[in-house]
Ligand binder design. Structure first.
Ligand SMILES: [Zn+2]
Length: 235
């Protein structure tokens, strides 16, 4: 009977271990997914910076075109100025030239701003690219480590499962049946020790007489409050 108690305790330890091991194993794919999502998000950021750069280049080309048009108009009106037949015509050409000069000056200002912005964007692109590359390497390394951890966990699960099968084989069938019934109803915890004259599963007091009986280990006693199998603290 004493052996049965030892085996029941061992079985409980294995099942508790298995629960932890399986939870950890199940978490790994989620952890990998999270890492990959973070890397993907960083890539999206880089893509948006690249798009901004493309947009900027287009704006700059348009400004160059506007500048060219204004310059051509200034030249054209300047030539026409000499062929003006009336004072009004002359004044009108002068006014046009003035307008185009203002326009040109505005475009030039815009081009300077665009160039400054382009410089900042280029720096952002370089920084982001560098960070992305680092993150990518880091992600690959972390994912590999997690995959290795998963394999180790799976190996540990298999080992515990084999140990469990051996124990179940060695235990009296009635004890296994009782154990499984309690375990399924009590959140995976079927065997508990007594501590400070209390059940370690539900913390309810265990009568002194019962404590003595438990220590004798001549039969299986369950907690009157929670129904778990009680074992003595000293093995
Ligand atoms: Zn209890």
């Amino acid at each position: 009977m004493k052996q049965t108690f030892q085996q029941l305790r061992a079985l409980q330890e294995i099942d508790t271990d298995l629960k932890t091991l399986r939870t950890k194993t199940d978490e790994i794919p989620k952890r990998i997914e999270k890492l990959q999502q973070e890397a993907a998000r960083a890539k999206t950021e880089l893509e948006s910076t690249l798009q901004e750069i493309t947009g900027h280049k287009k704006d700059y080309k348009l400004a160059e075109l506007e500048l060219k048009t204004a310059e051509e108009k200034i030249t054209s009106y300047s030539v026409q100025l000499y062929s003006a037949k009336t004072n009004e015509q002359y004044k009108a050409f002068l006014k046009e030239i003035e307008t185009q000069k203002k326009l040109k000056s505005g475009v030039e200002d815009r081009m300077i701003t665009l160039m400054e912005e382009a410089e900042a964007l280029e720096q952002k692109r370089q920084t982001t690219e560098k960070e992305d590359a680092q993150l990518e390497t880091e992600t690959v390394r972390k994912v590999k480590a997690l995959e290795a951890e998963k394999q180790e966990l799976e190996a540990a699960v298999t080992e515990r499962e084999n140990q469990r099968a051996e124990l179940v084989q060695a235990l009296p069938k009635s004890a296994v049946k009782l154990y499984e019934r309690i375990r399924s109803r009590k959140g995976g915890l079927a065997v508990v020790t007594t501590r400070h004259e209390r059940c370690n599963g539900c913390m309810n007091p265990v009568p002194p007489q019962r404590l003595l009986e438990i220590q004798r280990q001549d039969r299986i006693y369950t907690c009157e409050a929670c129904g778990r199998i009680l074992v003595s603290d000293n093995k």
